[in-house]
Design a protein around this ligand. Structure first.
Ligand code: TYD
Length: 201
């Protein structure tokens, strides 16, 4: 049987990384193989592209193409083979981030992203997407306290407002796949919400 594809999304500072170990443990408790990965990255080439993407200024089109180049490699060499052998794949970000950041944040037409999505994914979509959501002020505050911010983390509150709006719009458009996790509450509550969403799978 084909495995399940789970993605984690949210703007920088929404706290999704905090929950990855717990999510992994919960999925592994089902006795299935779980592959944990991230975007951009997840492959040797993808991680090299990540270095470039996170630290080099470039046109929004270039940024999108490189994100999808990394994604193609990720799908071809890691995600699809894992799903085909029945493993669960947990990816820290996927294509919804391209809609949120390159379309919402950078203003590239959603249609351009959709074309790349179609080309690279040929209809493949995650089975479940957890959207970690916090008010923009919370995310901006957390980022201000962070160590060395990357190119995206140095963006303005306005940029993050557009990211959040774009993510929430995606969730509204695909309610079957998305679960919005309110991450602006005590950690235990967030964990409960994550467990509830995973148990639906
Ligand atoms: P992130 O996942 O936040 O990693 P870390 O927690 O180590 O900072 O960093 C990835 C960055 O890449 C994030 O700012 C969002 C951005 N990104 C896009 O702009 N488009 C995409 O398609 C993807 C996958 C990520």
């Amino acid at each position: 049987m084909r495995g399940k594809f789970i993605t984690l999304e949210g703007m920088d500072g929404a706290g999704k990384s905090t929950h990855i170990p717990d999510i992994l443990a919960q999925l592994q408790a089902r006795g299935v193989e779980v592959v944990s990965t991230r975007e951009p990255g997840g492959t040797e080439l993808g991680e090299r592209l990540r270095e470039v993407l996170l630290h080099t200024a470039m046109a929004a089109e270039t940024e999108s193409l490189l994100m999808f180049a990394a994604r193609q490699e990720h799908l071809s060499t890691l995600i699809l083979p894992a799903l085909e052998r029945g493993a669960y794949v947990l990816s820290d970000r996927f294509t919804d981030a391209s809609y949120a950041y390159q379309h919402g944040g950078r203003g590239l037409a959603a249609e351009r992203i959709a074309q790349l999505e179609q080309w690279v994914q040929q209809g493949l979509q995650p089975d479940l997407t957890l959207l970690f959501d916090v008010p923009v002020e919370v995310s901006v505050q957390r980022l201000a306290a962070a160590r060395t911010p990357d190119k995206f983390e140095r963006e303005s509150a306005d940029f993050f407002r557009r990211i959040r709006d774009a993510y929430l719009q995606r969730a509204e458009q695909f309610p079957k796949r998305f679960r919005i996790i309110d991450s602006n509450q005590p950690l235990d509550q967030v964990k409960l919400a994550v467990s509830a969403a995973l148990s639906e799978l």
